[in-house]
Ligand binder design. Structure first.
Ligand SMILES: [Mg+2]
Length: 220
């Protein structure tokens, strides 16, 4: 019997994350930059994209800063717009009714946790959408655990904080490496959420299938 059921956030509980990211990085931030610097949206995009690119590939900025909205707003001197931006992004968060159903059912008898590398500025608004925060006993982010990435160290810290053995946790997420390979290697019962479907072992097409699989394997 497992003690905790663990979920990834982006691409797992939240759908169409690509759209969310696209709107954030390619539309809303350039809009703010254009307004502040009195340039056209096209010029703003050109400047911003060249900075995204050069920081990652030339200056080798660490992943944590590179993916952080607070880092970029500071760099573009747009810090004051953070709150406005975060609330504007709220309407782009999408959680399906089926996902909420799974969380509702599983949380009745089990402790649910969340393990995410998502930007802390957005974890809260993502969880507030459709009020899914209440289903989780614990929320682990790369900031709360003081790690750089969703890596082995992160999972080890989660196990330590929960005082749990790896085999007492079932985890599901859409990242093959970060949600399946890494936790599996530690002994966590991990499932890869592959929306396209796959015949691989421990691969599930949906969270409903994940729930069914946990039952079939008598893990819950
Ligand atoms: Mg994910």
């Amino acid at each position: 019997m497992i003690k905790y059921i663990s979920f990834d956030l982006d691409g797992t509980l939240i759908h169409e994350n690509k759209k969310f990211d696209y709107i954030l990085w390619s539309v809303e931030i350039p809009k703010l930059y254009a307004k502040k610097n009195r340039v056209s949206l096209k010029e703003a995009r050109k400047e911003i994209f060249s900075q995204y690119y050069s920081s990652k590939y030339i200056d080798k900025l660490n992943d944590k800063d590179w993916t952080r909205v607070t880092y970029w707003l500071k760099r573009f001197r747009l810090e004051k717009d953070l709150e406005n931006l975060v609330s504007k992004m709220k309407k782009h968060v999408n959680i399906s009714k089926k996902t909420i159903g799974v969380l509702k059912r599983l949380s009745k008898k089990h402790d649910l946790i969340l393990i995410t590398a998502s930007d802390p500025q957005f974890i809260k608004i993502k969880l507030e959408t459709d009020r899914i925060e209440k289903y989780f006993k614990r929320i682990f982010s790369i900031d709360s655990l003081k790690v750089q990435n969703k890596d082995e160290k992160m999972y080890l810290k989660v196990l330590k904080q929960l005082k749990a053995k790896p085999e007492e946790i079932a985890h599901v997420g859409d990242g093959r490496k970060v949600d399946f390979e890494i936790p599996s290697n530690l002994g966590i019962i991990a499932f890869h959420l592959n929306h396209k479907g796959s015949k691989e072992k421990n691969s599930v097409k949906s969270l409903v299938e994940f729930e069914q699989k946990l039952k079939a394997l008598k893990l819950i």
